[in-house]
Design a binder for this molecule. Structure first.
Ligand SMILES: NC(=O)c1ccc[n+]([C@@H]2O[C@H](COP(=O)([O-])OP(=O)(O)OC[C@H]3O[C@@H](n4cnc5c(N)ncnc54)[C@H](OP(=O)(O)O)[C@@H]3O)[C@@H](O)[C@H]2O)c1
Length: 167
């Protein structure tokens, strides 16, 4: 099973402001959808609440310590290990960890692949951040620039990394 992180990161490492994404970038949402549809997505309870609904055509796995948290259309798990064991038992080929901050920090050491959208913007009021990672441990396998346009107000680059040790 490949465990992948997918994330959009500002130039100063911000991923969220006040439980929302700091930007509206349809091209990145489309990229996210194209990769994650038909795969399970694993997220923290706050990211789930910020999205507000289960995302269609994907098994939505939400991690919370709250034993009373229930919602139709979700697989609720109460620890990272419980969520990963569930995915292994299901024999999924690729699982996408979709955030947020606390979930990325607890899973980065387990992750095989990173899909990072570099968003060419500085966010001053960030409240959620991507963990600082040693990029020497990661090998860039593809990078695709996408210029801003009328619907996407900033330039972005879609990068894909694999853990260097697996080569
Ligand atoms: N830019 C991006 O690509 C991206 C992607 C995703 C999210 N985001 C942003 O990130 C922010 C949210 O991140 P966040 O760090 O505040 O929240 P989060 O990671 O989405 O959720 C945190 C919650 O997850 C649960 N949790 C975390 N670790 C757990 C564990 N080991 N066991 C059981 N439950 C656990 C807890 O829920 P309970 O409190 O219910 O126990 C915790 O409060 C938002 O601003 C969002 O927009 C950005």
């Amino acid at each position: 099973m490949t465990l992948s992180i997918i994330v959009a990161i500002s130039a100063n490492n911000v991923i969220g402001t006040y439980n929302q994404l700091p930007w509206h970038l349809p091209a990145d949402l489309q990229y996210f959808k194209s990769l994650t549809v038909d795969h399970p997505i694993l997220m923290g309870r706050k990211t789930y609440e910020s999205i507000g609904r289960p995302l269609p055509k994907r098994t939505n796995i939400v991690i919370t310590k709250d034993q009373s948290f229930h919602h139709d259309g979700l697989e609720i798990k109460h620890s990272i290990n419980e969520a990963i064991d569930f995915c292994k038992a299901k024999k999924y080929d690729e699982v996408f960890i979709i955030g947020g901050d606390t979930i990325y920090s607890q899973t980065i050491h387990l992750t095989d692949k990173l899909y990072i959208t570099r968003v060419d913007i500085h966010i001053e009021n960030g409240t959620a951040f991507f963990p600082v990672i040693d990029m020497n441990q990661w090998k860039l396998i593809s990078s695709e620039e996408r210029k801003s346009d009328e619907k996407n107000h900033v330039d972005m680059t879609f990068e894909v990394y694999e853990k260097a040790s697996i080569h």
